[in-house]
Write a protein that binds this ligand. Structure first.
Ligand SMILES: Nc1ncnc2c1ncn2[C@@H]1O[C@H](COP(=O)(O)OP(=O)(O)OP(=O)(O)O)[C@@H](O)[C@H]1O
Length: 353
């Protein structure tokens, strides 16, 4: 059975196009994350799938059924927002039971099963939403969304209002409940690590369309272009000579994703620059940004400044000389017009695709 399929979706708000022929495929039983800069149309997309708004053009199918013209309440879709939107006058029991079919509402069995599924203590069932933490409220909101056994659940930044201390536990519980029920899920999030760690597929929305859709590793390691590389993680730009299928930099050579020739630059992740005393190139540590499990190093090389990532316990001190070499495949190449004459005119990659 298919999950959610969106094809050539168009929607303008107040005459301004927001979605401009967007395609998205969320596979049945999997979690698909939708990312993109603020205002790129992620919530608009979810609202069209849910049936809260109508598209100007395009098709949406949910569980293999076209949903055009179907009112939201008949689409068999659950929707969880940032605030959870629980009914304030109903207890946990009442909120979750609200999502159950009539015949199952009278017993507590179905509700208890759902609370268990989202990892919520059954003793909280008589509490009202204001007596719950934000994380507990979001678990109840998901239990309510799952109660009618929907064909798909849409999560619109469900963890962004939570304290970082409870965010990790809440999202683990939510992801486990969705996986246990094989629920087709679309998650909109601004948190890149959340998208890359929870989703089996990630779609990046840009200019009203899907700029890239693939596995988390595809977007992080094989971005479709330089802007996507910069959006999906930290990048380091190295001046390079592009030699067909690989590039030669001062820190070593690396394969490049698409053949190119001439003077330009390559983008790599900071963790691709490895400290190695035996490396032929040495650099001076200009600064250290401690991040906990690792740190970012600003390194001064003969060819300019580069950024490397290093495990926290191996971080050198500012001023030290270190050997550094490039590993892995470059993410993207930057070959601006006129680069052959002057590499210094290269534009910086835009972090906002
Ligand atoms: N009802 C509306 N009327 C007019 N414009 C709207 C309406 N809803 C959204 N927009 C506009 O459409 C664009 C896309 O909005 P949307 O909320 O879908 O983006 P988003 O990617 O979810 O943003 P964010 O990441 O900030 O939540 C924005 O420019 C927004 O101002």
């Amino acid at each position: 059975m298919s999950g959610v399929e969106v094809s050539r979706l168009r929607k303008a708000h107040a005459g301004v196009p927001v979605l401009d022929g967007l395609d998205l495929a969320a596979a049945h039983g999997e979690l698909t994350a939708v990312i993109g800069r603020s205002g790129s149309g992620k919530t608009t997309l979810l609202r069209l799938i849910a049936g809260f708004d109508q598209p100007d053009d395009g098709t949406i199918t949910v569980g293999g059924r076209p949903v055009r013209g179907l009112p939201a309440e008949h689409r068999r879709i659950g929707y969880v927002t940032q605030e959870g939107n629980l009914f304030p006058h109903l207890t946990v029991l009442g909120n979750v039971a609200f999502g159950l079919p009539w015949r199952r509402r009278r017993g507590r069995h179905g509700v208890r099963e759902l609370l268990d599924l989202v990892g919520l203590d059954a003793r909280l069932e008589h509490r009202f939403p204001h007596q719950l933490s934000g994380g507990e409220q979001q678990r109840v909101a998901l239990a309510r969304a799952l109660a009618p056994q929907p064909d798909a659940v849409l999560l619109d930044e469900p963890f962004s209002a939570l304290d970082p201390a409870i965010r990790a536990g809440t999202r683990t519980a939510v992801a486990a409940a969705l996986a246990a029920t094989s629920t087709t899920t679309i998650l909109v999030t601004h948190d890149l690590s959340e998208a890359l760690s929870l989703a089996t597929r990630v779609a990046l929305v840009r200019d009203g369309t899907t700029a890239q859709q693939g596995s988390p590793a595809d977007l992080y390691l094989r971005p479709a272009d330089a802007a996507i590389a910069a959006f999906t993680g930290e990048v380091c730009e190295l001046p390079a000579k592009l030699l067909g299928d690989h590039a030669a930099t001062a820190l070593g050579s690396a394969p490049i994703p698409r053949p190119a020739n001439g003077q330009g630059a390559v983008l790599v992740r900071p963790e691709q620059l490895v400290l190695d005393p035996a490396a032929p190139t040495h650099a001076t540590v200009l600064g250290v940004e401690f991040r906990g499990h690792d740190g970012l190093l600003r390194l001064g090389t003969d060819d300019g400044e580069v950024t490397a990532r290093c495990p926290a316990h191996l971080l050198p001190a500012t001023g030290e000389r270190v050997g550094v070499r490039l590993t892995g495949t470059a993410l993207a190449t930057v070959i601006p017009p006129g680069a052959a004459e002057s590499a210094s005119r290269r534009p910086r990659p835009d972090r906002r695709p």
